[in-house]
Design a protein around this ligand. Structure first.
Ligand code: RB5
Length: 148
């Protein structure tokens, strides 16, 4: 359907709950269909579980894109990238967030809640979601990433 909202899954570990919730609220206010898969309670948990769970929602097609957050963004990104079909990058700046969509066809964005403040994080999210894959020579390269 032409007007179907982009479906975005958001997830985090315990280190990033407030930022994840701020991102979810920001996206909902902008009209995205947000699936927030938690966690909601602050107990220490394991970022690989949450990166994988979000990645599976994207890989299955249930969600178009994913945004995942842990302390640095690095561990949860590594876990997400283990799921076939996922291309996730950690970004701490808006230029990279735009470029991983335009050139790498990234379908997930990782952020570090201990690295970027909320204001910058939301700008990074907007840069990621506002960009589109350019295809062409970049498609050849993305296909090489996906090749077995
Ligand atoms: C949790 O303390 C921390 O290790 C985690 O949030 C993340 O930064 C791992 O990459």
């Amino acid at each position: 359907m032409a007007n179907e909202p982009t479906r975005v899954v958001v997830s985090s570990d315990h280190a990033a709950i407030p930022l994840r919730q701020a991102i979810a609220a920001h996206l909902a206010a902008k009209g995205y269909a947000v699936t927030d898969i938690g966690p909601t309670t602050p107990e220490s948990t394991h970022y690989p579980l949450h990166g994988k769970a979000a990645a599976e929602r994207v890989a299955s097609g249930e969600c178009h894109l994913g945004i995942i957050v842990c302390g640095t963004g690095q561990g949860i990104m590594m876990a997400a990238n283990k799921v076939k079909g996922i291309r996730c990058g950690v970004c701490s700046d808006t230029f990279s967030a735009r470029m991983i969509r335009q050139h790498n066809d990234a379908n997930m964005l990782a952020l570090g809640a201990r690295v970027v403040g909320e204001g910058l994080a939301l700008e990074i999210v907007d840069a990621f979601l506002g960009a589109s894959f350019e295809g062409g020579r970049h498609a050849t390269r993305v296909d090489m990433i996906e090749a077995p």
